[in-house]
Ligand binder design. Structure first.
Ligand code: SF4
Ligand code: SF4
Length: 497
């Protein structure tokens, strides 16, 4: 029987208003099929998927319409049957609202599945076959990270994984989609856990839930057998418990060194919704075509937890929920701490979209930033042990290296520092901007290095060619001289004779 490390709590962290009461009691309901579905070819971290269909093609639900290309990518499947109307750039769920290549599908209303093989005995499959089925189903991290799940499973071949954690902490305010999933489909999550454990060869499996979700814990525990050796464990409610680094530390006591992954300390973390998607992919051969989304925030008429076909637009969800009688001051994809502000409601729900939150002005707390008063609250709140005020000061001064030296790469962008900052400084935006600039600089440096190496190789090749030419010329000259010498010697010999 597993037990907590001596201190199962989070270092730092904050207690934001949970604001889950509007949706946590609401059962999951299906969103009716909208008139159009918009499926971006990039709904994951990695290379965009490559379209396999053309405008005018008819498609069935679950049919692969874009294949995952490259080492890190994920396939995209039609979320209902219908016709491909266009493949064109469309606004994506990103603050910039910049267009992403998107397949536009007109549903035919039949919602007819592609032929799927019969369900089989998933628990006797090899690691390779499980990873293959997960990849074929286009499963990605559904807690918002969107890293392709099959690529993460394959990490297990390079690292010895002894612990699998299913993350059901759902620490973001407003969101209750994972809570409802655990309450309503605990069996599917547990089966996903068994399949993931089988693939990883992990000895212990923990489903971790914050202690403000007692119904979810009870539902899971009711479905667990002693022989399963899977435990549903409660952790204290504190933000950002759901971050991979912090959940690992809280329940195993292991620290992930800077720049390393959970797999480096023998732990793999998957979200509970990902586990359910793995259950469907591996046991039932069903691709990822829908997900559960919390629609909330004070601006929404009727908050809900919806099972949404991927590609439905935010406006479809809001209309189903009675619209927004109060104009939203901020529209978010995801929770208010780590979610992304979206510029309008025409963007589609994608694999990582766990919430659509329309905040009123009072909820958005959009005060103008003031100067840092060095109160130190951000330092006390940071779960990564960083000094956000120092990092922000360095970034504002243009000293990116100084910020990097103060641990910028360990920042998980949880927003706890910004949440407590009385000066309302946009700390997370500073950190994300600086990380982006450092990544660009690194890439630029690598690009320059690639060019330098190419130029050097070219110079070496030219020098080698010139050397070879000179040697050949010298050789020819020597041969000519030898020939002349032989000729002269022959003449002299004849004259003497
Ligand atoms: S919480 Fe805000 S005001 Fe206080 S030290 Fe940190 S950055 Fe400065
Ligand atoms: S510095 Fe980064 S990790 Fe620390 S509280 Fe702020 S956002 Fe979170």
């Amino acid at each position: 029987m597993w037990s907590f490390p001596r201190s199962p709590s989070l270092r730092g962290g904050v207690h934001p208003q949970p604001r889950k009461q509007a949706t946590r009691h609401l059962a999951i309901e299906p969103l009716p099929l909208p008139r159009r579905l918009y499926l971006p070819v990039q709904q994951h971290i990695g290379a965009p998927a490559r379209p396999l269909v053309a405008p005018g093609d008819r498609v069935l639900k679950g049919q692969m319409v874009a294949s995952g290309d490259g080492a890190v990518s994920a396939a995209v499947h039609a979320s209902t049957s219908g016709q491909v109307l266009a493949i064109e750039p469309h606004p994506a769920p990103h603050p910039s609202g910049l267009p992403v290549l998107t397949l536009v599908i007109a549903p035919d209303g039949d919602d007819r599945w592609v032929d799927l093989p019969e369900p089989d005995h998933a628990l006797s499959l090899s690691r390779e076959e499980i990873a293959r089925r997960v990849a074929a189903a286009g499963v990605v991290g559904m807690g918002g990270a969107t890293f392709p799940a099959a690529v993460k499973l394959n990490l297990g071949t390079r690292h010895a994984i002894d612990t699998l954690i299913l993350n059901g902490s759902e620490c973001e305010p407003y969101l209750s989609c994972d809570d409802r999933l655990m309450r309503e489909h605990p069996g599917e999550i547990i089966d996903g856990a068994r399949i993931l454990r089988q693939a990883l060869g992990a000895q212990r499996t923990l489903i971790v839930v914050e202690d403000n979700k007692p119904e979810a814990l009870a539902a899971l525990r009711e479905r667990l057998y002693v022989a399963d050796a899977i435990q549903a464990v409660a952790v204290p409610t504190r933000y950002p418990m759901g971050s991979e680094r912090h959940i690992i530390r809280a329940v195993t006591g292991r620290e992930i060194p800077a720049g390393k992954l959970g797999a480096d300390v023998g732990v793999m973390v998957h979200n509970v919704a990902t586990a359910r998607a793995v259950h469907r992919a591996v046991r039932h051969h069903q691709p990822l075509v829908s997900r559960i989304v919390t629609v909330g925030g004070g601006a929404v008429a009727r908050p809900a937890n919806l099972e949404v076909p991927l590609g439905a637009r935010v406006q479809d969800l809001l209309e189903h929920c009675g619209g927004t009688p109060t104009a939203p001051a901020r529209l978010l994809m995801g929770g208010p701490m780590m979610g992304q502000v979206i510029p309008h409601a025409r963007v589609p729900v994608v694999k990582g979209s766990n919430g659509v939150i329309a905040l009123t002005a009072a909820e958005a707390r959009s005060a103008d930033p003031g100067p840092c008063i060095r109160c130190g609250r951000c330092v006390a709140a940071c779960p990564s042990g960083l000094t956000p005020l120092e990092m922000a000061a360095r970034i504002r001064a243009g000293d990116l290296d100084g910020a990097a030296a103060r641990g910028l790469s360990d920042c998980v962008a949880c927003g706890a520092c910004a949440y407590v900052c009385p000066a309302h400084l946009p700390l997370v935006q500073y950190f994300q901007h600086a990380k982006g600039a450092l990544a660009d600089r690194r890439e630029q440096g690598q690009h320059q290095e690639r060019i330098r190496r190419l130029a050097q190789r070219r110079r070496e090749r030219q020098e080698a060619e010139a050397r070879a030419k000179a040697e050949a010329a010298a050789q020819r000259k020597a041969e000519r001289a030898a020939r002349r010498q032989r000729k002269t010697a022959g003449k002299e010999h004849k004259t003497e004779a």
